[in-house]
Design a protein around this ligand. Sequence first.
Ligand SMILES: O=c1ccn([C@@H]2O[C@H](COP(=O)(O)O)[C@@H](O)[C@H]2O)c(=O)[nH]1
Length: 224
Amino acid sequence: MSSPIYVAIDTPDLARAKAIAGRVRHHVGGIKLGLEFFCAHGQPGVHAMAEFELPIFLDLKLHDIPNTVAKAVQALGGLAPAILTVHASGGRAMLEDAKAAAPVGTKVIAVTMLTSLDASDLTATGITGSAHDHVARLTELARDSGVDGIVCSGAEVAAAKAIWPKGFFVVPGVRLPDGHVGDQKRVVTPRAALDAGASILVVGRPITQAEDPDTAARAIAATL
Ligand SMILES: O=c1ccn([C@@H]2O[C@H](COP(=O)(O)O)[C@@H](O)[C@H]2O)c(=O)[nH]1
């Protein structure tokens, strides 16, 4: 069985991205490319990273009116990513249209509440209730919109899975117990996230900023 760990290669430096992928390719199940990489290298960069023959998770977190998101998803279709993200808060029509525009083999995944946010951030944006309530509401919306799953933190994934037993659950913000949290606020260990029902784990800096990325990836995998 392939590893549930997707390495988030967040860098604008293509040579560095390739070097990291080359070192960890046998210890991870996929490569996640996000805004930092995509804004620097676009579709040719994604093609270059596809040479490692691992599933590509394109984490662009699209969020706009339904027509614009659908057209963007169509424009990305030639990349045939295994996973593509949109924001759940874009609403039902946007989610439905994104899914309809995606290639058959691409999982469209809705980001519920960024793992860099906590309850006080929600309040500041006018959203009342807990992180759990907010994620639960957006999980129901994603499920009913026909996308394939959600992104949430490991703290909410068990509750989200109870709402949507057949959903696909992407969990970033995972750290080993002694790991540097950085800008993440809702953090759990990789083991706890998997036990709670995560389908895949997204791990970035704990691997990419380690002195030895392959040892770091292996150490995380060993806890699973
Ligand atoms: O809620 C979210 C959604 C996406 N991400 C992305 O995951 C990685 C996490 O990187 P770390 O270095 O392991 O913190 C990063 O690419 C984010 O854009 C997230 O963290 N939270």
